[in-house]
Design a protein. Structure first.
Length: 290
């Protein structure tokens, strides 16, 4: 039994590692597709593809559909998904994709930890230290000590902060929901309801199919099918297996991969404060998990 459990955990870790690669590339993909469609249109089509790709799992598990009362555990994460994606596409459009990836992925686990600590009304000293060090790293990435605290609310930073906080809250809700609902059904229905929510904001008249070339379709496939259908689904499922804190720690493999892809494909040059702040935030996660 222990051997089977070990194999299961090792499989989860491998899948999570692959998921993080797809997430790292997604920041560059998002900035590129943002040149073609409006933010709300991108969200709608992203979740439409995500839902269609997972539809076979939903049909296969249709006998395990949740009761009406349980849908509250699906609606809230779906709304958070919608908010996160607005901030995600706007952040990569107005700011730098690689810098955003570093800021979001280093602050997100700390927000997750902070929220869980408030819920359980108990916090350990090393967690407090980790949160303080991590937030310090985030302030360095945003260049607060050079430009002042007003820079936090700059359009290049505020959307990424919303991403980090929203994903932290969502991770906690995902962990709670998947204890009550089949993970495959939960993920599929989350994508469906997020698609429905975004539909009300979508303007199909703004879409000009003649402007959508191979560059768009290739990057949209990666940001939708690879990063979301595979990457996000694996992350959500893994949260129910290894817990929200351990799952969120895997996100720390994203920043440097994201830096590399944004440098190669977008020619983004990273400042010293971005790299130093990212490293300090990584140290924060080490402190929390050692």
């Amino acid at each position: 039994m222990n051997l089977l459990k070990l194999i299961s955990f090792n499989s989860i870790y491998i899948l999570l590692s692959l998921a993080m690669i797809s997430w790292a590339i997604a920041w560059t993909n998002a900035k590129i597709v943002g040149e073609y469609l409006s933010f709300y249109n991108l969200i709608f089509f992203r979740f439409l593809l995500g839902f269609i790709s997972l539809l076979p799992f939903l049909i296969y598990n249709k006998k395990n559909l949740p009761s009406l009362k349980a849908y509250k555990y699906i609606i809230i994460p779906s709304i958070l998904f919608f908010i996160y994606n607005i901030a995600f596409f706007k952040g990569t459009y107005f700011g730098e994709a690689g810098r955003g990836a570093i800021l979001v992925t280093t602050l997100n686990p700390l927000f997750t930890l902070l929220i869980i600590s408030f819920i359980r009304k108990k916090i350990i000293f090393k967690e407090v230290l980790g949160i303080i060090v991590g937030l310090f790293g985030g302030l360095i990435i945003m260049d607060v000590f050079k430009h002042g605290f007003d820079i936090i609310f700059d359009i290049k930073n505020i959307y990424f902060l919303i991403c980090a906080f929203t994903w932290g809250v969502m991770t906690v809700f995902i962990d709670l929901a998947q204890k009550k609902i089949n993970p495959y059904i939960f993920i599929s229905l989350c994508y469906f309801f997020t698609m429905v929510i975004s539909w009300f904001f979508t303007d199909f008249k703004l879409i000009d199919l003649s402007l959508l070339d191979f560059r768009f379709y290739f990057n949209f496939f990666l940001v939708s099918i690879a990063a979301m259908s595979f990457g996000t689904s694996v992350y959500m499922y893994s949260t129910s297996i290894i817990g929200p804190i351990k799952a969120s720690v895997f996100i720390f493999s994203v920043p440097f991969l994201a830096m590399g892809t944004s440098f190669i494909f977008l020619n983004e040059i990273f400042s010293l404060n971005t790299m130093v702040g990212g490293l300090i935030s990584l140290i924060a996660i080490y402190i929390v998990n050692k």
